[in-house]
Ligand binder design. Structure first.
Ligand code: ADP
Length: 402
């Protein structure tokens, strides 16, 4: 079975064609700067690379280019588009509507659109991309939506409710939804394999640390607590997002400084976090470089980030009343051994000890255990693969609904 996986953003479209028989990625590509100018990169499993700065006017345009490349004589990996058995779309916000993957119908598309206020950066882009995909590919190829929020549907009510009047939950569905569920699920499954114990027996803390970051308590394979909330703004300090702050900061800015809600949205989503604190960049690499040269605000940004991660790890440990393993994943989690050391060296309360040489070696996509033998809990690094997880969900769904 061959599954085309689509991960769409407002100006980008990432795609992978995966052969489920051997889990091989046949081709992987990204269309960027859609509607601005256009940039395309397409790389096959046998390292044939097509790069172009061709104009990409819309998502529909992008899908046409991708469809042509998939069957191209030189850069193609299939003879005919009908060799694609199904298309899986990663969708960020499914809220209470979608507890598992679904086949995309008009009604499903309407609901994804309806949820846009809860994921304004993501859901409108998904709707655009799904429509373009439906127009590009034959109707006989099923298109499935896989939601980032579904994995968190097992979080108990005491953890997903906010302390607002109950009617706000009933009327407006204001509650914690959580995100990065596809990644947290993938790395939990992989961690159980690496640790060589059944997932059902483990209390795992999954730390997905990238530009957007979230931490999740995975108890016996189920999410029971996570740091992101109604939207992906809550929790850990992120690249440009503030993470948790006292909500009164918002009313303070509105009442005393005349900020509008749009300005506050911009401020907290795009100008805060590592960027806001350092004043230098949202990228950890730039901040670390500046901190090493003595830049005080960059040092502070790194201190705040590691402290924020440790606090949230502790809250997840409390939610499960224990930790068997901590998983690091995402761009920072997979690559920044310096940050992992800062986090783990200060988790003595949980008896965590890492092995410095294992930690230093496990970067750039390498997976493995980095804790020392006498650590009370295992610490491991896993390269997340949301695309493979979407492909697995999609193929399983299609198999079950034949
Ligand atoms: P997103 O949340 O947008 O998917 P990523 O998971 O790619 O982001 O993470 C981006 C962060 O990871 C940046 O802060 C960057 O510094 C860091 N990062 C990504 N790749 C590497 C790498 N190869 N080496 C060091 N740091 C990296």
């Amino acid at each position: 079975m061959k599954i085309l996986v689509i991960n769409s953003g407002s100006s980008s479209l990432k795609y992978q064609l995966i052969n489920m028989a051997n889990k091989q990625t046949l081709v992987k590509g990204v269309c960027e700067r859609i509607g601005i100018d256009g940039l395309l990169s397409h790389k096959t499993h046998d390292n044939k690379l097509f790069k172009s700065d061709m104009k990409i006017y819309s998502h529909k345009d992008a899908f046409h280019i991708v469809a042509e490349l998939l069957v191209d004589k030189k850069f193609g990996v299939i003879q005919n588009l009908n060799e694609i058995d199904a298309i899986g779309h990663r969708v960020v916000q499914g809220a209470g509507y979608f507890k598992e993957p679904v086949i995309i119908t008009d009604d499903v598309l309407k609901k994804i659109e309806h949820l846009s206020p809860l994921a304004p950066l993501h859901n409108p882009a998904h709707v655009q991309a799904i429509r373009a995909s439906q127009e590009t590919f034959d109707k006989s190829i099923p298109q499935v939506a896989v939601f980032d929020t579904s994995f968190h549907q097992t979080i108990p009510k005491k953890a997903y409710m906010y302390g607002l009047p109950y009617e706000f939950y009933e009327k407006y569905k204001i509650r914690k939804y959580g995100f990065h569920g596809i990644s947290h699920k993938y790395v939990s499954l992989r961690a159980a394999e690496i640790i060589n114990k059944p997932l059902q027996s483990l209390k795992l803390i999954s730390c997905h640390l990238g530009n957007g970051s979230s931490i999740c308590a995975v108890n016996q394979g189920k999410s029971i607590e996570t740091t992101m909330g109604l939207t992906p703004l809550d929790g850990v300090l992120m690249g440009t997002r503030s993470g948790s702050i006292d909500p009164s900061c918002i009313t303070f800015l509105i009442e005393n400084m005349g900020y509008t809600s749009k300005e506050i949205y911009e401020l907290m989503n795009k100008r805060s976090g590592l960027l806001g604190i350092s004043g230098i960049s949202n990228d950890y690499r730039d901040i670390k470089h500046a901190a090493d040269l003595g830049n005080e605000r960059s040092k502070l940004a790194i201190d705040m980030l590691s402290y924020s991660i440790r606090k949230h790890i502790a809250s997840c440990a409390v939610a499960m009343d224990g930790i068997d393993a901590i998983i690091f994943t995402g761009g920072i989690g997979e690559n920044r051994n310096d940050l992992r050391k800062l986090v783990c060296d200060n988790l003595n309360v949980f008896g965590i000890k890492i092995n410095n040489s294992l930690n230093n070696e496990t970067i750039h996509g390498k997976e493995g255990i980095i804790s020392s033998k006498d650590s009370r809990a295992i610490v491991c690094v896993i390269a997340t693969n949301e695309e493979l997880m979407v492909a697995k969900y999609t193929s399983k769904f299609v198999e079950n609904h034949k």
